[in-house]
Design a protein around this ligand. Sequence first.
Ligand code: ZN
Length: 96
Amino acid sequence: MFRKVDVPILGMVQNMSVFVCPNCNHNTHIFGSEGVPLECRKHGIDFLGDVPLHASICRDADRGKPTVIAEPHSPRSKAFNDIAERLLLKLDIAGN
Ligand SMILES: [Zn+2]
């Protein structure tokens, strides 16, 4: 659809790709893990990364503190930072 209306596509993100159990940290791929990467390969679009389904991401957003600020050293922050890093590389502005 975006290609039809000439909107550039930087890549795709797989949101809620894995459920992280708040009790034991077990990871469950509720919707499977290959849906978005497969679509990316099919359409020649870069896959930018996964954002987990985790209660604290919702909680952080609801209280106005993004996870990367609220829990900067968590695996959840790393997920967002990895995506941002890939975007910076794509836009060729990394390190600026
Ligand atoms: Zn559990």
